[in-house]
Structures are given as C-alpha cells and as structure tokens.
Design a protein around this ligand. Structure first.
Ligand code: TLP
Length: 356
C-alpha cells in the first residue's frame, strides 16, 4: 500500500502519514493498559513532552480539541474565557468551551498576526456581578491558524499575558503548532510556553504522528486532566503504539519544519502576483498560505478549490468568519517539486480564466 496520497494535498498538515520510522516503532513499542498507568511508551512520551515545553508533567490526549477543552474545564471552572475572536477554540472546536465546560467566551480583537492587545486583555477582566460571569482564563494561539500560521514572539507573548497574570487569571496556550513557531523564531518551544499555566501541542499535524496531542502543565493540573480525560471518553488502553510515533514526532520531526516553511514561502511568492489573489505575504511565516480570491465572472474561492481539485491539488476553503479564503498548508508529504507543480496549475488556471 502506498504511504503517500497521490494528490498534492495542501488542505492541512493533519493529512501527513506516519513515516517509515514511525511504522517500525509502532511494531516494536512496549505497551500496557494506559488507563491503569501501565503503558511504558506513553509514560516516556509524557515525560519527553513535559520536558520539551518546560512543564512539570504532560498527558497524552487523542486530539488537540480535547486538550484545549480539558484546559478550559480545569482552569476556568465555568467562569469566562478571554480569547482571540479568530482563535481555533472559538471558531473550530464546536463551542465545547461553552457546551461542555460551561465557560462563555469573551472574544478579543486579533490583529493580522494573531496577537491580542495587552490593553484589551486588561480591560476585559471582570469579577462576578449580577450581569457577568467572573473572568478566569486567557487563551492564546501560537502559531495562529486562521491568521495564516503567524507567530507570536516570546516578548509579545509575555506582554499579552502580563495583565492576565496581574488580574489572577489562569493562562493556556493552544500551541497546536508550537514547534513551527519555535522554528520560525529560532527559540526553544519552552520559551514560548513559559508564561502559561498550560500548553497543548499536536503530534498529528506537521510532526506526522497518526493520532494525538499533549497537554502539559503542573503535576496537579495534569492529574486533574487525567481524571477528566477519562470522563470525556479519552482514556486509551495500549496507546503505546501511538506514543511510539509521538516520540519520533518530538525527537526527529520537529527538526525538519523549516523545509515546510520554505515551501510555503515559495507558494506565497508565486501566488501573490496572480490575478484575483489577495495575499498578504507578511503573514506567511510558517507552513501556511491563506488568501482571498475573486476572479472574473463571479469566480470565487469555492470555484478555485473545485478547479484545483480536478487537477490534483487539494486546498481548503476556510469557513471561519468573513469572506471565504483559501488555505494551503505545507508538510512532509508534499515536496518542493509538488509545490512548484501546484504553482504551475495555479498559473494556468488563473491566467486562463482572466482572459476574455
Ligand atoms: N486544526 C485543523 C482544523 O481543525 C482546522 C487544521 O487543519 O488546521 N488548535 C489549532 C490551532 C488547530 O489548528 C487545531 C486543528 C486544533 C487546535 C485541534 O486539533 P485536533 O484536530 O487534533 O482536534
């Protein structure tokens, strides 16, 4: 069975297949019942993950969505959550913060690079009163998905988090792609996670593991998350076969992300000048390229997605807020040559449809 998709699949880095080394590690992995705390490979992964982001402990969870939900449940205790208006937690996690954690969101304006204003954070905090729930938690996202995979530096993060800390809030980082941010900034992931009580990062995106994310924080926080993971149905048994891939994801796959960033830049620079494309190249900082499209004769992002798919290039139309936009994500399973081919297809399509 071929391990790579035949199409040039730029919909997401979640489409990556486990690498040959991961397949081998799965077959050799020592396993046990992880709900009984007896899976040695999961334990090893949790220790490695915690150390990598500079936290005391970590929990292997089935998805980033579950990791973020657990953080909201535990930190916010049904109080209010401050988060960016275009954050993944707000727009793409089925409203779990409200529906399952009982925590309403207080959305804050996000700039085009995914940053919140420290003054907005300070101004949004309120105590419980007859009209409002008490503000309990601030969540940030780095890299910021719907801003185009943009990065927030350690200094900017510290400035945004400071007013929340001063007001006694808990803080959580949705670091689904924290290693992309760390690579782009040339700093350890731990430096970006340092200001937060907890951080979630994903193994199953650009790091190529088939399943799983890590939720990291203090010993007490992770113990509580372990119990609540079981409540949510996320307790896994012989999960060592998955954790074995996670070990390779952290130890090896984090080192190659600059290649994906270079591919994204190649795509962005070629697409930015094409007719109908509205692309802010300053937001192309990691492995994503997001742009608007309006062509002649009412052709839009949905049309472009369809025509690309007919030619073997898969893209996503982002439904999250505002005018539909096209998202391309680079990853290990699309080579530089695939990206050059995709550029040729874009050029052929857009140049042709603009002519009378
Ligand atoms: N993002 C997916 C889709 O849901 C859009 C993708 O293809 O980018 N935080 C961030 C910043 C994410 O981008 C995602 C997934 C998650 C959390 C949720 O992770 P999973 O999919 O593992 O639940």
């Amino acid at each position: 069975m071929p391990d790579r998709s035949p199409a040039c699949d730029l919909r997401s880095d979640t489409v990556t297949r486990p690498t040959p080394a991961m397949r081998r590690a799965m077959s050799r992995a020592a396993v046990g019942d992880d709900v009984f705390g007896e899976d040695p490979t999961v334990r090893q992964l949790e220790e490695l993950a915690a150390g990598t982001v500079g936290k005391e402990a970590a929990l292997f969870v089935p998805s980033g969505t579950m990791g973020n939900l657990l953080a909201v449940m535990i930190h916010a205790e049904d109080g209010e959550v401050l988060l960016g208006d275009s954050s993944h937690i707000r727009l793409s996690e089925c409203g779990g913060h409200a529906r399952l954690a009982g925590s309403p969101a207080w959305p804050l304006a996000t700039d085009r690079f995914g940053r919140l204003s420290p003054a907005d954070v300070a101004g949004a905090v309120h105590g419980a009163n007859v009209h409002q729930a008490r503000t309990k938690l601030l969540c940030l996202e780095n890299t910021h998905n719907f801003c185009g995979g943009t990065v927030i530096s350690a200094e900017e993060t510290a400035a945004i988090v400071a007013p929340a800390r001063k007001a006694g809030l808990k803080t959580h980082l949705d670091g689904a792609r924290i290693f992309n941010a760390a690579t782009a900034l040339g700093v350890p992931a731990a430096a970006l996670a340092a200001p937060f009580d907890s951080v979630m990062f994903c193994l199953s995106k650009g790091l190529c593991a088939p399943v799983g994310s890590m939720l990291c924080g203090s010993q007490a926080f992770v113990a509580e998350a372990r119990a609540r993971r079981k409540m949510l149905g996320g307790g896994m048994r012989q999960a060592g076969v998955l954790a074995a891939c996670g070990l390779i994801a952290i130890e090896e796959m984090t080192r190659r992300l600059a290649e994906d960033h270079a591919s994204a830049r190649l795509l962005a620079e070629a697409l930015a000048g094409l007719p109908g494309v509205a692309l802010d190249t300053a937001t192309v900082q990691t492995n994503m390229v997001i742009f608007g499209y309006r062509g002649a004769r009412g052709r839009d992002a949905a049309w472009l997605q369809r025509e690309l798919a007919r030619r073997g290039v898969l893209a996503l139309v982002l439904p999250a807020g505002g005018e539909p936009r096209i998202r391309l994500v680079t990853h290990r399973d699309v080579s530089r040559a695939d990206c050059r081919r995709a550029v040729g297809i874009f050029r052929g399509l857009l140049a042709r449809q603009e002519s009378p």
